[in-house]
Design a protein. Structure first.
Length: 251
């Protein structure tokens, strides 16, 4: 009887050892599979090019200047002004606009933006209104909820200059009043607009953005313009820095 007991124990011992080793082998294989899956997932995420999109509106406040009043207004009517030097050659400009962007490899914004900015001058109604738009590209990185960025926008626009002298004559003609001795010119331009900025994440899909830029417009300085006689080698003014503040929405 003891001999049969010894025989059964000898047969069962290898089975018990195999049963104890099997869970250890299974656990090791599971860990290896999890590690491989995580590595593949991380590699896939690194290779992902399109990582999100965003868009929103921004208001801005800036200061633009020219070297002289003649550079500021750029029109022929200034030759009849006795004291041209008394006219403004700089001023505060404010406006609004927006941007739409796609996010690439979690480090590049690529998109489009456009703005309108108005500089009121004197008390006669004179103003300079600038509108521009183009393609933007910037590089960014994430530091928690803060996203610093540096980039540039390239495109085109126009500068509309309305000069109304303080002593302009007003004549009633029919049902409308006409201002004489005033002038209006429109200057198309090509521009380069470098900027730096910061985004602050408020939620997973909403962020506040602030940035500073310096619009550099190039075009013909004269008042008689057409789409074929623009010389892009001339820097035109007024121009200066602007501070933007707004919100971006996206994912």
């Amino acid at each position: 009887m003891r001999r049969w007991t010894h025989i059964w124990l000898a047969l069962l011992l290898p089975l018990c050892l195999m049963a104890q080793e099997q869970p250890l082998q299974t656990g090791t294989e599971t860990q290896q599979q999890d590690a491989q899956s995580a590595a593949k997932k991380e590699k896939k995420e690194k290779k992902k090019i399109f990582t999100g999109f965003s868009g929103g509106m921004m208001v801005h406040l800036g200061y633009a200047f020219s070297s002289s009043p003649d550079e500021m207004f750029r029109n022929g009517s200034l030759k009849d002004v006795a004291n041209v030097s008394d006219l403004p050659k700089d001023g505060v400009t404010l406006g609004i606009g927006g941007a739409a962007r796609v996010h690439l490899i979690d480090h590049i914004h690529l998109g489009m933006e456009g703005y309108v900015s108005t500089m009121p001058l004197m008390k006669s109604g004179s103003n300079i209104r600038t509108g521009w738009g183009g393609v933007l590209c910037d590089f960014f990185f994430k530091a928690g909820k803060v996203i610093p960025m540096v980039g540039m926008t390239i495109g085109g626009g126009s500068m509309n200059r309305l000069y109304v002298p303080s002593n302009a004559e007003t004549v009633t003609s029919g049902t409308s009043d006409l201002n004489y001795n005033s002038s209006y010119t429109k200057t198309p331009f090509f521009f380069i607009d470098p900027y730096i900025g910061l985004e602050f994440g408020l939620t997973s899909r909403i962020s506040m953005i602030t940035r500073i830029d310096y619009l550099l417009p190039f075009g013909k300085k004269g008042s008689t313009l057409s789409g074929t006689d623009v010389s892009w080698s001339n820097f035109i003014s007024p121009s200066g820095p602007r501070l933007y503040l707004g919100f971006m929405f996206g994912h």
